[in-house]
Design a protein around this ligand. Structure first.
Ligand SMILES: *Cc1c(COP(=O)(O)O)cnc(C)c1O
Length: 460
């Protein structure tokens, strides 16, 4: 992951961007004239200067090429076979192969991949499930949806992931499972987490909904735990619009998931006596043939896109890591590849003359860089208390387990709080599909903001 031969000092970098880089900048179309380059580009766009990226020319998302992508989709449309059939089967076969899992089952979305996995591993009423607070809502709602209680493990702010060193102190006799979430597409330390899970006999369901093709020691995330869950929602790196998948090497579990996603109808080892009818309680979560056809088209470019994101992410990291007050993500030593659903760094306002993160984001957006402050604090949102106060929770849990004040206290995550409220900055994944030169210019935009932090701070 490290491109150590790519080190350039900050001074070299600035020099390159302000003198030698002119041609490259012109090539990018970012700066139209030399005068503009030497004067206006030193003024932040937020204060009336020229933006580093004047037109929003970032690669659009999702990628769709009518010439190469529509043949199978049209065949599906014209066949009239739109419900789950051989195209879904084919997509599942290819996704399992891509991830390196024995089996794959597609479902309607990542949320239901998680819901189904927990349900079919019988994680539910009475159980506690360990999860990171730094994630998308579905990682946590899937726990409550099944009747279990989420217990939050604080993050390692350098990696943005659940900190394995803080897991054991959260384990109680009620703990049943861990949901490691490979958030932002950066892998969790699955080797550590699996060891802890084994020691305490806990189930592991990976939320790999942002982790397509990410690897630890060349093994794809989603294949470490009993189940791995993926999302193919529109914004995701593997975009179908809607869609999700469960992968696993456990045949019995996968047969149960299949049956569950198909009204509970018999499937594989989930089969009753002949004539006994439906064996298990199920629901319906099937993917359609046209979704699978879109998926097969997208799958063809996922490997190359993932490589591009990795190359550009490490190059951008290299270019910004020496800017005071900018701390890019760290990957665990065992990570051989990340997915980069987002490019994250931590912003320290002290090194930017006290310029707030919100103002910094505004200034960076004004330069034409798509960015945001990311997640809000999940462990303090009202859905938790509302679940605790629901009729079902009151019926199934003893009163002392629903003491919400104590729960809040025990689930404080101070490092996550800092990430959410002060530090985290995300750059969108499509930016990483652009050129190396654009990565240099993002660094230039950040430098420009830093140099003018005083002035930007005064502007309201
Ligand atoms: C997107 C996402 C989900 C849910 O996937 P959907 O397909 O949107 O239902 C779950 N977990 C994480 C971390 C996600 O990013």
């Amino acid at each position: 992951m490290k491109s150590s031969n790519n080190k350039q000092t900050r001074r070299e970098f600035i020099k390159k961007n302000s003198v030698m880089g002119t041609g490259a900048l012109l090539g990018l179309g970012a700066i139209k004239s030399l005068e503009a380059k030497t004067t206006a580009t030193t003024i932040p766009a937020l204060l009336g200067g020229h933006p580093v990226f004047p037109s929003s020319s970032w690669p659009s998302w999702p990628v769709w090429n009518p010439q190469t992508d529509e043949k199978q989709l049209l065949e599906v449309m014209r066949s009239g076979v739109w419900s789950r059939s051989h195209v879904v089967d084919e997509f599942e076969k290819q996704w399992a192969k891509t991830i390196g899992a024995k089996r794959c089952l597609t479902v309607v979305n990542g949320t239901n991949a998680l819901n189904t996995s927990l349900a079919q591993l019988e994680i539910g009423w009475g159980d506690e499930v360990l999860v990171t607070p730094y994630t998308f809502i579905a990682s946590v709602s899937s726990i409550l949806f099944n009747g279990a209680i989420p217990i939050f493990v604080d993050v390692d702010p350098e990696t943005f992931q659940m900190d394995p060193a803080k897991i054991e102190e959260k384990i109680t006799p009620h703990t049943k499972a861990i949901i490691p979430v490979h958030i932002l597409g950066l892998p969790c330390d699955m080797e550590e987490i699996m060891q802890i899970a084994k020691k305490h006999n806990l189930l592991v369901v990976e939320d790999a909904c942002q982790g397509w093709l990410a690897e630890i020691n060349h093994q794809k995330v989603g294949t470490f735990g009993t189940a791995g869950c993926f999302s193919f929602q529109n914004s995701k790196n593997m975009a179908i619009g809607e869609g999700g998948a469960i992968v696993s090497n456990d045949d019995t579990f996968m047969d149960r998931c299949y049956s569950y996603h198909n009204y509970g109808n018999p499937y594989g080892s989930v089969a009753g006596e002949i004539g006994a009818g439906t064996v298990m309680v199920g629901t319906k979560l099937r993917l359609t043939e046209y979704q699978a056809a879109i998926g097969l088209a997208q799958l063809k470019r996922l490997e190359e896109e993932t490589q591009t994101r990795n190359v550009n992410a490490s190059y951008l990291k290299e270019n910004i890591k020496d800017i005071p007050g900018i701390e890019p993500y760290r990957l665990y030593d065992n990570v051989t590849r990340a997915a980069f659903h987002l490019f994250p760094f931590r912003y320290q306002k002290d090194m930017f003359k006290g310029l707030s993160r919100e103002k910094f984001l505004e200034a960076l957006r004004a330069e034409g860089v798509p960015c945001s402050g990311g997640y809000k604090e999940l462990n303090k949102m009202p859905f938790l208390e509302n679940a605790f106060n629901s009729r079902f929770f009151k019926k199934f849990y003893q009163k002392e387990r629903l003491d919400y004040n104590r729960y809040t206290e025990e689930n404080m995550c101070p490092l996550n709080e800092k990430l959410c409220n002060e530090q985290a900055v995300w750059i969108s994944q499509n930016v990483l599909l652009s050129s190396k030169n654009d990565m240099e210019n993002i660094a230039y935009a950040i430098e420009k903001i830093r140099k003018n932090a005083d002035h930007i701070k005064q502007k309201n």
